[in-house]
Every structure is written in structure tokens, then in C-alpha cells.
Design a protein around this ligand. Structure first.
Ligand code: HEC
Length: 115
């Protein structure tokens, strides 16, 4: 199982999501119904599943190094695609504003206001 071992080793460096983190990532939705619908049919497929190698929704250790890039870089990566992350995250009808709100939600809004 070289792939599983590789993933475990990689996850170990930045804290690996536990069962509770995965349940949280699967259960959380943005508070806004329209945004929640878009999140559910696009981002959740990967960002709710650690096996996809996408940073898990609301799992802070996975987001900290990414947030350091700043919102403009994150938004550009979502809009244009970034390595295994597809352009627009499969949400072709998401505006930049909506993508930005999705990023804030997925990275774990500090106030919890989006949950
Ligand atoms: C097909 C799977 C997939 C879907 C769908 C997807 N993502 Fe991703 N996303 C990824 C992967 C994999 C990465 C990690 C890319 C890397 O760092 O190699 C990622 C990374 C990101 C990042 C961090 C980029 C960075 O610069 O570090 C953000 C922000 C993000 N996704 C937002 C979204 C949003 C918002 C949606 C929904 C609109 C979405 N993603 C949908 C797979 C996906």
C-alpha cells in the first residue's frame, strides 16, 4: 500500500484529520442557502473527502499555510485551477464574490457566522 503510506506520512507532518474532523467537513454548510447549494454540488465532493488530497473544509491545519498566500492568490487559484484543483472548482456559475465567500467558509470562518 505505498499510496496509503505516502498519504499518512504526508498528513502526519501537518496533523492528520481525525474521524471527527471528517464528520465535521461532511456536515458543515454555508449559512446562505444559495451558497450552500453551490458548495454541495461542487466543492464538497473533494473538500469533504481527505482522499482527494484537497484541504478538508474547516480543518485549520490544512488551511493555515494556504491562507498565508492571501485571498487574491487563493481566489486566482480557484478561478483558474491549481494542480489537482479544477478551474472554478466545478462551479461554473459561481461569481468571484461567491468563490471568495466559499473560501472563507471552507477555511473555517473565525466567527462561525457562515455555518
Ligand atoms: C475535483 C476536486 C475538487 C473540487 C470539486 C474543488 N476542489 Fe478545491 N482543491 C482541490 C485540491 C486537490 C486542492 C489542493 C491543490 C494542491 O495544493 O495541490 C484544492 C485546493 C483548493 C484551495 C487552496 C488553493 C491554494 O492556493 O492553496 C481552495 C481555496 C479551494 N480548493 C477552493 C475550492 C472551492 C471554493 C471549490 C468549489 C467552488 C473547490 N475548491 C472545489 C480539489 C477540488
Amino acid at each position: 500500500m505505498p499510496i496509503a503510506l505516502g498519504l499518512a506520512a504526508c498528513g502526519g507532518r501537518e496533523a492528520r484529520p481525525q474521524a471527527a474532523d471528517m464528520q465535521k467537513a461532511e456536515a458543515l454548510r454555508p449559512g446562505d442557502a444559495g451558497l450552500a447549494e453551490k458548495y454541495q454540488r461542487s466543492c464538497l465532493i473533494c473538500h469533504g473527502a481527505p482522499a482527494s488530497q484537497a484541504p478538508l473544509t474547516a480543518f485549520a491545519p490544512a488551511w493555515e499555510p494556504r491562507l498565508r498566500q492571501g485571498m487574491p492568490a487563493l481566489l486566482a487559484h480557484v478561478r483558474d485551477g491549481f494542480q489537482a484543483m479544477p478551474a472554478q472548482g466545478y462551479c461554473n456559475d459561481c461569481s468571484d464574490d461567491e468563490l471568495e465567500r466559499l473560501i472563507v467558509f471552507m477555511a473555517g470562518a473565525p466567527t462561525g457566522a457562515n455555518q
